[in-house]
Ligand binder design. Structure first.
Ligand code: URA
Length: 247
């Protein structure tokens, strides 16, 4: 349905007034400002006026998934590879999500950021566009922790120190990171940025190409007992903790 009409149906204003509200930039769809009243929306979109979600909008859900390698972090893949969205289908049918399904049919969730296809580990999916944007915004600097198995021989203190203070990449130097050696050829790195293939490029830059990479934490959340391919719906308290993550 057109956004203007959708707002009018929700009782926000008359059709014409609702279209003006959209043109004035007061409306977001999945967290993104939309000024086109003809934008196609339905009840699965998170529509807000002046930052206030429309009553009756789809309930918000956040899912933690242990992404296996070989799975892409997009909603759809042109090469037919399995996607994180397909994997969490079962979490959306879990008892905790039953209420949501009953009221609005299948929830449409999107990954919060990306993990490379060859990276495993913790990734969040949500239908809350505003929360997703906030978590990914560079100003928040949400910490992400990775465990990397690296080649290139023993990792010396100089390499660890270089990773900690920041290495020069082709898109600029990296911010300070927390780094510790977990064993021969195994590093734990906590970074506050989400640049493309960042951890792989950082390790490569200090002479230790990554052989395997897994994300173990995202902000306050850890993989916990989730096994590869498993997912769970976050509790209200966990989602609140995500919302409160500040810059
Ligand atoms: N850094 C990487 O290099 N790859 C990922 O998937 C995530 C962080």
């Amino acid at each position: 349905m057109r956004l203007g009409r959708y707002l009018a149906h929700a009782g926000v204003a008359s059709r014409r007034a609702a279209e003006e509200i959209v043109r004035a930039g007061r409306v977001t769809v999945d967290g993104e400002s939309v000024r086109d009243p003809a934008r196609d929306v339905d009840e699965r979109h998170a529509v807000a006026v002046d930052g206030r979600p429309l009553a009756g909008a789809e309930p918000r859900v956040v899912i933690a998934l242990h992404k296996p390698t070989g799975v892409v972090s997009t909603a759809r893949d042109t090469h037919g590879r399995p996607t994180v969205v397909e994997l969490v289908g079962s979490a959306l049918q879990a008892p905790e999500a039953g209420r949501e399904r009953a009221t609005s049919g299948r929830l449409r969730v999107y990954p919060v950021g990306r993990l490379d296809v060859d990276t495993s580990g913790l990734i969040l999916l949500t239908n809350d566009g505003e929360l997703a944007n906030a978590l990914l915004h560079p100003s928040r600097g949400v910490p992400r922790t990775y465990v990397a198995r690296v080649g290139g021989g023993p990792v010396h203190q100089a390499a660890v120190q270089a990773l900690r203070s920041g290495v020069r990449l082709d898109d600029g130097p990296t911010a300070p990171a927390r780094v510790r050696r977990l064993g021969p050829g195994r590093l734990e790195l906590t970074v506050h940025e989400g640049r493309k293939r960042q951890v792989r490029r950082m390790c490569e830059a200090v002479g230790h190409p990554v052989l395997a990479l897994s994300r173990t934490r995202f902000g306050p959340l850890s993989l916990g007992g989730l096994r590869a391919g498993e997912s769970r719906v976050l509790s209200v308290a966990e989602v609140e903790r995500l919302r409160r993550l500040g810059p």
